[in-house]
Design a binder for this molecule. Structure first.
Ligand code: PPE
Length: 304
């Protein structure tokens, strides 16, 4: 899909024209993947546009940067204000938000620390990530032949740009095989996540999801789902899962900022079926929460 464009991008403290938000070919991050990023969504609510868990996302950006020893030079609150500025400058009410911090032009070589850090925030309208049909009837997934990046190789808990080479390999393979999305296993064979989503399994009414220690991104949507399920009195277990747990599940769904909450209707050709009750409840509640329709989750909304 062609990239939708808007007027302005926030770049190192200033709003610049979309076409001017460019970098030099010797930008360190282009060569060595020395960047960290976030994906956030802003939704229209009855009280105007609101960003879902903005501060939590910017705090995670700071944590990813800490792992890479990158100095952002802005606090999570400052980046939150910059996000509001760029949304307003573009007159948007609903959009995807992509903060990115990277080592720029100035010093090549494997040590990224001498290269200056740039921080940017782009916004654009982004529709459903895995398709309308997938939202309603579920997507198909295949276990990737590529293993999830190891916790001692490229820590998945850091949302680092370089990590996504691994996700891209899996995504290409999944599409080649006719699946909508890939599921990554770690070297021990434990289920980790999709290329851009965390994963949940329902069995006998219990909701299960892999623990962060198995090597996943500590997803903010995942955290929201856990909280919502808990509030509904659904038992949630963070425990290691293997591929056959997916084949034998009553329900499977994936979640993430871009994807939101998406039912999975088959894994490796093993039919799971149309969205089940827990999946439907979590999807509907999440979509209501982000649009400000659930008072209990009002605290997650940060107004523009
Ligand atoms: N795992 C991975 C690997 C991942 O990239 C994401 C987000 C998640 C889990 C879910 O995390 P959270 O958004 O905090 O619930 N993926 C982002 C990037 C997608 C892209 O294609 O780019 C996103 O959803 O914004």
């Amino acid at each position: 899909m062609a990239q939708p464009t808007v007027d302005k991008i926030w770049m190192d403290g200033a709003l610049v024209d979309w076409a001017d938000a460019t970098v030099h070919v010797l930008t360190h991050a282009l060569h060595y993947g020395s960047g960290v990023f976030e994906g956030i969504r802003c939704y229209q609510t009855a009280d105007g546009p609101a960003v879902f868990r903005l501060t939590d996302h910017m705090t995670r950006l700071a944590r990813s940067a800490k792992i890479l020893r990158m100095e952002l030079g802005y606090s999570a609150d400052e980046l939150g204000d910059a996000t509001r500025d760029v949304i307003r400058a573009n007159g948007l009410t609903e959009c995807y938000i992509r903060p990115l911090a990277f080592h720029g032009y100035g010093a090549m070589g494997l040590n990224p620390l001498p290269a200056p850090v740039s921080v940017t925030i782009a916004v654009w309208p982004w529709d459903t990530y895995l398709g309308e049909e997938g939202m309603k009837h579920g997507v198909t997934m295949g276990i990737s032949s590529w293993r999830q990046r190891g916790i001692n190789a490229m820590p998945p808990v850091a949302k680092a740009t370089g990590n996504y080479t691994n996700s891209s390999l899996a995504k290409i393979e999944a599409l080649d095989h006719g699946y909508d999305e890939a599921i990554m296993l770690n070297e021990a064979g434990h289920v980790c996540e999709g290329t851009g989503e965390n994963i949940f399994v329902v069995r006998d009414g219990v909701l299960m999801t892999p623990p962060v220690s198995d090597g996943i991104l500590d997803g903010i949507t995942r955290d929201s789902i856990i909280r919502m399920a808990d509030d509904f009195g659904i038992i949630v277990r963070e425990r290691s899962l293997v591929r056959t747990d997916l084949y034998l599940a009553d329900e499977v769904f994936v979640c993430g900022t871009a994807a939101e909450a998406v039912p999975v209707r088959a894994v490796d050709g093993r039919e799971i079926g149309e969205p089940g009750p827990v999946t439907t409840l979590m999807q509907q509640t999440y979509l209501k929460a982000v649009h400000g329709e659930v008072p209990a989750y009002e605290e997650w909304l940060e107004r523009v």
